[in-house]
Design a protein around this ligand. Structure first.
Ligand code: UDX
Length: 437
């Protein structure tokens, strides 16, 4: 099919490349000429495993190109909207200006019978107003909302083989036509048996924010349990294993530690609460406020563990922070718990050296006051405390005996509960986990 993808950030760049990989003819459109030029050279400004390879392959075979010119979308049968919906400055709500600007720029080029499929995460009710805006310019065009559930770090496989597909379809005959177009786009995943939920706009919009709210709640639940475990001498990791065997609960997303961050979960739960307030349902989602408080408290708790480990004084002590990205296999530091803790420790007077294999450039742009190194050995050299905050494989697999020969103090704070406490203790370390006795 001929497709356009409007907005070539995280979501859009990955979506455009993956749609081309599936055999479609795709043009990606973005207002940022630097981003477009980089994508046309298969040099995305974001790190996502596998993305460069599929960009290269599909730019070379001619199925994919990027441009700033909306007119290039004119012959597309389906236009995906993948622009950002960041948090508004000084407010909790989502900023929809990029969505509306994209629709306004695109609408004159949308052919009769063509479909715009919104992928951005939006507050419930947005699709209805986007549809009205589109119809004013092109009454015979259609809108659907088709939320995206990709996870950073595995975004390529999540897009090519999603675990479910959701269509929010317009009412009336347009609904059937829109569905037929989307079925063609996703024919490969559908024929492989991927579950499809076809519904109305509001449900599709809510599915995305509800999924993220649930995941955030699950993480904060286990982090709250980690506080109780810390106070009572219990072990939250064993607790999570034990409750996770119950299939109704499940073990995934029950890892206590520094908590959630990134470009989605934090902003999406804030925007969901803001939208609920507008709908007069503020009380209904009050619990999400608590979910966020627990999440932010984890950063304070981990900083306090470092202070405690150094007998109350950080001033002038050398602390190695391992990890800055909000999760492994990503260079994204948006709302990253790891970076937040590093900044706190620096603010408390510690001499902080941060290591991360991918996220240093992004972290340094925000916090030039910290010291950075890509090499874990450089970071731990002479450190008095190691603080693991992003569970990159190379940090999980650190050899405690070898690390012991490099440091000045054998104290390790495992902010993601991924190290083997016994192995570290055997090598002479004082091990602190999060709610891990
Ligand atoms: C999330 C959703 O998973 C995805 O479906 C949606 O499309 C976008 O938002 P992502 O932001 O890539 O994806 O990261 P995710 O893997 O969900 O992790 C979010 C955060 O939660 C990370 O900071 C991670 O470290 C943290 N986390 C995750 C925990 O603290 N504990 C866990 O058990 C799991």
């Amino acid at each position: 099919m001929r497709l356009s993808v409007i907005g070539c950030g995280y979501l859009g760049a990955v979506h455009a490349a993956c749609m081309a990989e599936l055999g479609h003819d795709v043009v990606g459109i973005d207002v940022d000429p630097t981003k477009v030029a980089a994508l046309n050279l298969a040099q995305p400004t974001l790190y996502e495993p596998g993305l460069v390879e599929i960009l290269q392959r599909n730019l070379t075979n001619g199925r994919l190109r990027f441009t700033t010119d909306f007119a290039a979308a004119a012959d597309a049968q389906v236009h995906f909207l993948g622009v950002g919906t960041p948090q508004k400055r000084g407010e909790q709500a989502a900023d929809l200006s990029y969505v509306y600007a994209a629709v306004d720029s695109l609408a004159p080029y949308v052919a009769p019978g063509a479909l715009i499929a919104g992928k951005s995460t939006v507050p419930v009710g947005t699709a209805a107003s986007v549809e009205a805006r589109l119809k004013q310019v092109q009454p015979e065009a259609m809108l659907a909302w088709n939320p995206e559930f990709l996870r950073e770090g595995v975004a390529v496989s999540d897009t090519i083989s999603p675990d479910r597909i959701v269509y929010g379809l317009p009412a009336g005959p347009d609904g059937e036509k829109a569905r037929a177009l989307l079925d063609q786009v996703y024919s490969q995943a559908l024929s492989a048996g991927t579950p499809l939920v076809a519904t109305d706009f509001a449900t599709a919009e809510l599915v995305k924010v509800a999924a993220n709210a649930f995941l955030a709640t699950k993480i904060s639940f286990i982090n709250a349990m980690s506080e109780v475990a810390a106070a009572t001498g219990a072990d939250v990791t064993k607790l999570a294993d034990a409750i996770g065997y119950d299939e109704r609960i499940g073990r995934k997303f029950l890892n206590a530690g520094a908590g959630f961050g990134g470009g989605c979960l934090p902003k999406d739960i804030r925007a969901f609460r803001a939208r609920a307030e507008e709908l007069g349902l503020g009380d209904t989602l009050t619990f999400l406020k608590e979910v966020e408080s627990i999440n932010l408290r984890q950063r304070v708790r981990i900083s306090e563990l470092v202070v405690e480990a150094l007998d109350g004084h950080l001033m002038g002590h050398r602390v190695a922070v391992l990890g800055l990205a909000f999760k492994p296999e990503s260079d994204d530091v948006r709302d990253s718990p790891a970076l937040d803790v590093a900044v706190r420790l620096h603010g408390l007077g510690a001499d902080v050296v941060c290591a991360d294999p991918k996220a240093i450039a992004n972290a340094a742009a925000l916090h030039p006051q910290l010291s950075y190194t890509e090499e874990v050995t450089d970071a731990i050299d002479g450190a008095e405390v190691l603080v693991l905050l992003t569970e990159w494989k190379q940090y999980r697999e650190l050899d405690p005996a070898l690390a012991a020969t490099k440091v000045r103090g054998r104290i390790v704070i495992d902010g993601r509960n991924v190290l083997d406490p016994e192995a570290w203790r055997r090598a002479g370390w004082r091990y602190y986990g999060v709610g891990r006795n």
